[in-house]
Design a binder for this molecule. Structure first.
Ligand SMILES: NC(=O)c1ccc[n+]([C@@H]2O[C@H](COP(=O)([O-])OP(=O)(O)OC[C@H]3O[C@@H](n4cnc5c(N)ncnc54)[C@H](OP(=O)(O)O)[C@@H]3O)[C@@H](O)[C@H]2O)c1
Length: 327
């Protein structure tokens, strides 16, 4: 495993970390024993950072992570998120009493006195234009309820606005072979402001593992079945917002570029980690075998410039028109 410092938190975190959405819910059938086995395997392989949220399985993901932490001596940093319990989900809802209540609930679920990192959970764009929201986070930090705070964003412009607040320690954003705009301006600005970057959807909801085909089916309670057009939340969170069949064709074009000895998932993760501005990838994993596959990406050799150029050409010709202007 390799480690990089997560911006202003100063946490030295594993470059391949763990995304704990799928083990909470909305990804079809999961089994808690298998989820805990996946978490434990990650820790065995040197992972020391887990991303969760209060809404993943309505707290189930946080509680699984708490069980893991209780059973292990290893230091494990946990980032959670707040805001998505709001209904309706409005910028006004990001007020002191709601944020405090969400934090108190996460503290209970995670069985801790202070959250390592609290992220705003893709709030409406307007929330980034309200200094009071960030003032409330400063107060929670001052009170010792959270150690650091950051944001999880949908759009590049939200990330740029968020890092104008001096105590934003990290930004979580979709960055993968199919979502490259963050690298244009945001990465430079994040680095200049000492802001850590968590790359989510590193496998584009599993697509970039190369295991899917037109015959793939998903359970009714899997967002890959019910959110392809943004029916439940931002459509960009499912397959990076690219229609499934177009993405499958692009995956087939990527396949011959994968160096021998690398799985396609490792290739996708290694590509992200080529960027030093990215602190870590947070692939979701439901079982130990996926963790094995993903963690190995941390120690693989760099991709060649010829391979990088071929990926850029694919992005430019096939993917860019579908995503670049939208997020
Ligand atoms: N708004 C937000 O803040 C937000 C939104 C989305 C995600 N996130 C965070 O980012 C994390 C990562 O994103 P994500 O989980 O949406 O997408 P992802 O990491 O691109 O895809 C994860 C899924 O891919 C499959 N998979 C994982 N490793 C694999 C491997 N080696 N081979 C084959 N399949 C593999 C698994 O599902 P199957 O086995 O079922 O295919 C897994 O659940 C989340 O867990 C969450 O912590 C945050």
């Amino acid at each position: 495993m390799q480690y990089r410092v997560l911006g202003k938190t100063t946490y030295n975190v594993s470059t391949v970390s763990f995304g704990a959405w799928a083990i909470g819910g909305t990804w079809g059938q999961t089994n808690d024993d298998e989820s805990l086995a996946a978490l434990n395997r990650a820790i065995d392989l040197g992972v020391n950072f887990i991303d969760t949220a209060d809404v993943y399985g309505d707290g189930k993901s946080e509680r699984l992570v708490a069980a893991l932490r209780k059973s292990r001596k290893d230091p494990i940093f946990v980032a959670t998120k707040a805001g998505r319990r709001l209904n309706p989900h409005t910028a006004d809802g990001y007020n002191r009493s709601n944020l405090t209540a969400f934090v108190e609930r996460s503290l209970r679920n995670l069985e801790t006195d202070s959250l390592d990192l609290l992220q705003l959970h893709c709030p409406p764009t307007d929330a980034y234009y309200r200094p009071d929201v960030f003032g409330e986070l400063d107060d929670l930090k001052q009170a010792g309820k959270i150690r650091h705070y950051g944001v999880s964003v949908e759009r590049v412009e939200e990330a740029l606005k968020a890092i104008s607040y001096p105590n934003v320690a990290s930004v979580q954003i979709i960055y993968n072979v199919f979502r490259q705009r963050p690298a244009e301006l945001f990465f430079r600005e994040a680095r200049a402001n000492n802001v850590g970057i968590l790359a989510r959807l590193p496998l584009s909801s599993g697509l970039l593992s190369g295991k899917m085909s037109r015959a793939s089916t998903f359970d009714a309670d899997d967002h890959r079945s019910f959110n392809r057009n943004g029916e439940a939340f931002d459509r960009g969170e499912t397959f990076s917002g690219i229609d499934f069949e177009t993405a499958l064709d692009a995956v087939e074009e990527l396949r011959p570029l994968v160096p021998s000895g690398m799985t396609m998932a490792q290739f996708a993760l290694r590509w992200i980690l080529m960027r030093p501005e990215v602190t870590c990838v947070i692939p979701g994993a439901k079982r130990p075998s996926q963790v094995d596959d993903n963690c190995a990406a941390a120690d693989l050799p760099e991709l060649s410039s010829k391979t990088l150029d071929a990926i850029q050409a694919l992005y430019r010709d096939r993917i860019r028109p579908l995503v670049h202007a939208y997020w």
